[in-house]
Design a protein around this ligand. Sequence first.
Ligand code: ZN
Length: 338
Amino acid sequence: MRALMFEAPWQMPLREVPSPRPAPGEVLVRVRAAGVCGSDVHGFTGSTGRRSPGVVMGHEFCGTVEALGERVERHRVGDRVVVQPIVSDGTCPQCRAGRPNLCLHRRGIGWSVNGGYAEFVSVPERNALPLPAEVSWHEGALVEPLAVALHAANLTPLEVGDTVAVLGAGPVGLLTVLALRLRGAGRVIVSDLSPHRLDLARRLGADEVIHAGGTDPVEEVRRLTVGHGADAVLEVVGITATVRQSVQMCRNGGHVTWVGNSAPTVEVPMQEVVTREITVRGAYAFVDEFARAVELLRSKRVDVTPLIERVAGLEDGPELIHDLARGSLDAVKVVLEP
Ligand SMILES: [Zn+2]
């Protein structure tokens, strides 16, 4: 089969490799659509250390069941499925407490084991969820980032009508806008450096957008909230500049949720967190939000299709990911069709 092999930083060529065989309890999935995630692009450059050479990336994908390993009970050949990429052991204290996303032995399909930038991938049967016929392959590729956004919104305490700021208008930041709308946010303010992404944020329901290249986002949020600050802030970038802003633009006693995952270490204005009693928490991946994301797409409560700005074959993946990493391509979501 054909697969994009991550061989070294900046090197992820299309290779012909043996097709995987499903082990007992696994299903072989023929990948129909796989979304390119920012973490893959940053992993590709080696800047975050979140991807190791030798792995096939791709953790946002869906497809059809092509073959069954022994003892598979939930699926039949031909089923449409979307793959939930976190493999948890189901037995550790975190799993038993209902937090498989924080499993002590978690692995990731598409980062620690081979993922969806390939024609075929073998996954544990419980990681393959039914994808209803009403959800297209392209939408299926956005289930995972939508679930991340839903989880971040769910972990952010909100009252109906609250003013919420979102720092970063990448795919998860934009999907967070949709999630916050569902969650009853009042005014949603989005800040980013890309005018193109800010336009999309407006189309998806942002009330105010801040072009962070020309305007200080902290001052602008203070101005928009008459000096008060946002009730809640979601940071969806993961670098010092936006982490600092997330604290500074939050109101006294407000809440900051960190979703961004880029720089391993950042500088934080801790004194402000203390003296203004700001609550900061992290949000990682999702729990039951994955199934909810599927249902929200099936029922058409959210429309993720405006995010998909490029669809290409697997063979175009290396060049597209290279261009995304260099910054010469500003497509919000690229979907590969292996
Ligand atoms: Zn566990």
